[in-house]
Design a protein around this ligand. Structure first.
Ligand SMILES: Cc1cc2nc3c(=O)[nH]c(=O)nc-3n(C[C@H](O)[C@H](O)[C@H](O)COP(=O)(O)O)c2cc1C
Length: 204
């Protein structure tokens, strides 16, 4: 198996974390650095991450995650957000791609204009894009964690409105998923079996 296939097939959604082993802020920063290498439409990068890692912040999150103990036991829970109004943030987000000479000014202007046309009057598409980008970043984060010998858990079991309020998220930030990350405890299940590929793949 290739290195990437091995990582994909051995990643688990953890239930049990080693409560003694923490991560440094630099280690969490490095994980998010890797997560931001996820793709996004037009390279919008319409995501933000909140690292819930202090005892107080974890205690605030615990009831909002319906008492899921992983939030306390893991070194950190990232609140992965997708952001709205991506057409407004694209010009700055795409500028380094222009400056690096990867795209020229005509493509830059075309993409910025296309994003304006697509998203400006379409809040549903803005929300879809926030969920898409946040989900791709969350998956990349989980693979990054696996690559560092860590385990992770994606979690949708949380009160979205309450998380927005408790962590003072601006109206443009949609909490897409919680991703808990840390060193593994002793009672995790192996990765669960998946449906047979012929049941989910169709060739046309
Ligand atoms: C969008 C999403 C939401 C999830 N929410 C939770 C959750 O709130 N709590 C939890 O313990 N696991 C949660 N999970 C983990 C799933 O139960 C897990 O990914 C699935 O059982 C497959 O496990 P495996 O990848 O370890 O094989 C969630 C997974 C996804 C993708």
């Amino acid at each position: 198996m290739s290195g990437i296939a091995e990582v994909i097939k051995s990643r688990i959604s953890a239930n049990s974390y080693d409560t003694e082993r923490k991560l440094t802020d630099q280690e969490m920063t490095d994980l998010i650095d890797l997560a931001t290498h996820a793709p996004s439409a037009f390279n919008l990068q319409n995501w933000k991450f909140l690292a819930v890692r202090s005892e107080q912040a974890k205690a605030r999150l615990l009831p909002l995650a319906y008492g899921q103990q992983k939030v306390v036991d893991a070194a950190v829970t990232f609140i992965v957000c997708g952001t709205l109004h991506p057409h407004e943030t694209l010009p700055a987000a795409l500028k380094p791609t222009l400056d690096a000479g990867i795209i020229d000014e005509s493509i830059y202007n075309m993409w910025v204009g296309a994003a304006q046309g697509m998203y400006q009057e379409n809040p549903q598409l803005q929300r879809d894009e926030a969920i898409r980008s946040g989900s791709l970043a969350a998956m990349t984060l989980m693979l990054a964690a696996k690559g560092q010998g860590l385990v992770s858990t994606p979690m949708i079991g949380f009160d979205q409105a309450a998380v927005i309020e408790a962590f003072n998220l601006p109206a443009t930030d949609i909490p897409v998923m919680l991703v808990t990350v840390g060193y593994p405890g002793t009672t995790n299940w192996p990765q669960k079996p998946r449906k047979a590929v012929q049941d989910v793949l169709e060739f046309v």
